[in-house]
Ligand binder design. Structure first.
Ligand code: 4NP
Length: 147
């Protein structure tokens, strides 16, 4: 099983989603993350994401930002978007129904069919990251329980 988490910059939300889900599943499950933009290519996660993950016992400092690429549709079984704009951007790159069906809104796992967004915490304070952590932890528990 291979699961990809996707946000805009791949430095705030999707690195947390990757780290949280990986902590809840066996190492046979491959979890990765990417951004729809290449703005932060090669960078570490945001230090506020590193800090909140660390607070809950998860190390995400092995991660480096990369851009989502078309080949990810073949490589991954499931692709989770953090918000609606990520979802639209990923779907616009899909070329088959099979590829489109792999793409889901991550909070629909914890709040089915509500199409909730994980808010972008980049321009906010520490509490935004805490809030994002909790939302992703809840969604990733559901994902892990189904694997
Ligand atoms: P992320 O947050 O998509 O959760 O990684 C962002 C990080 C950087 C930017 C936007 C969102 N940015 O515009 O640089």
């Amino acid at each position: 099983m291979k699961i990809l988490m996707v946000c805009l910059g791949n430095i705030c939300r999707s690195p947390l989603a990757e780290g949280i889900l990986q902590s809840k599943v066996s190492s046979d499950v491959i979890v990765d993350s990417a951004g729809t933009s290449g703005y932060h290519e090669g960078e570490l996660p945001d230090k506020r994401s590193i800090a909140v993950a660390h607070k809950y016992g998860i190390d995400i400092t092995n991660q480096r930002s990369r851009k989502f690429r078309r080949k990810d549709f073949q490589e991954f079984d499931l692709i989770y978007a953090m918000d609606e704009s990520n979802y639209i951007d990923i779907l616009s790159l899909a070329s088959t129904e099979e590829e489109k069906e792999k793409v889901k809104m991550i909070l629909n796992e914890s709040h089915p069919e509500e199409d909730r967004n994980v808010p972008d915490p980049y321009y906010g304070g520490e509490m935004g990251f805490e809030n994002v952590y909790r939302m992703l932890d809840e969604a990733c528990s559901v994902i892990a329980s189904k694997i």
